[in-house]
Design a protein. Structure first.
Length: 242
């Protein structure tokens, strides 16, 4: 993400990182530059975040996902927050006080259940397109709840539900609900909940189910998949101005 004057979004891009983080970082940087109509010489500072932050040769500085997600979300919603980031490989819960200071952080166990990888596995088991899961679940009039939390056991349980004749949409709705349960067991949900990550970007029903399960207000940012990138850009700008 590219910001002008530390606040206005000029360019942004999202791609799959693949197996070469260095090449992916350069590609997404060039795409964002192209959208902004800028060249590398126009950029004052670059800050990298995420799992591949140490693999890029573009950035002058790196920050953790936790710091960048917190900064990006607080920029959008300057109040006490519980940030839930459902990523491809893990889930994070970041808590901020009203002044933006981080007061807590939790990460899920080293297990794919409840993450984007879990949804990918379920889509493969159900032989459906990953992008079509939300529409099928949203159209369902019932929910087939899953008892297993492990990805492997959940996949087996899903096959059993299919054999039992349950509607596909109801099963997918149960998959989404299983993800929500994994998240809310991690920590106490309080204040405004901000839901980020690729799962939130492509599956708005997850936010609805999370709101129902917690009874709290759940907000999905305009670009939930790259709020961490926003935070990185903001932190880079602050470094330049300091």
């Amino acid at each position: 993400m590219i910001l002008e004057d530390g606040r206005e979004i000029r360019g942004q891009a999202v791609i799959r990182s693949g197996v070469d983080f260095t090449a992916a970082a350069k590609e997404v940087f060039d795409l964002a530059l192209g959208q902004a109509g800028l060249g590398e010489e126009d950029i004052s500072a670059v800050l990298a975040t995420g799992y591949g932050r140490q693999n890029t040769n573009i950035a002058q500085e790196t920050k953790t996902e936790i710091a960048c997600q917190a900064r990006g979300c607080y920029h959008l919603y300057p109040e006490a927050l519980t940030i839930i980031d459902i990523g491809g490989q893990d889930n994070k819960i970041i808590k901020l006080a009203a002044d933006g200071v981080r007061t807590g952080f939790m990460m899920n166990r080293k297990c794919a259940a409840g993450t984007g990888a879990f949804l990918e596995e379920m889509a493969a088991r159900l032989a459906i397109d990953l992008d079509g899961m939300n529409d099928l679940a949203a159209a369902a009039t019932e929910t087939v709840e899953l008892g297993a939390y492990c990805t492997v056991f959940s996949a087996t349980e899903v096959l059993e539900k299919i054999r039992a004749g349950h509607p596909l949409g109801a099963i997918i709705r149960g998959v989404f609900l299983s993800m929500v349960k994994r998240v809310i067991e991690m920590d106490l949900m309080e204040n405004r909940i901000v839901l980020t990550g690729g799962v939130a970007a492509h599956n708005p029903l997850v936010a609805e189910l999370l709101a129902q399960a917690t009874g709290a207000e759940v907000t999905v940012p305009p670009f939930p998949q790259i709020t961490g990138a926003l935070g990185a850009a903001l932190l880079a700008g602050e470094k330049v101005r300091s």
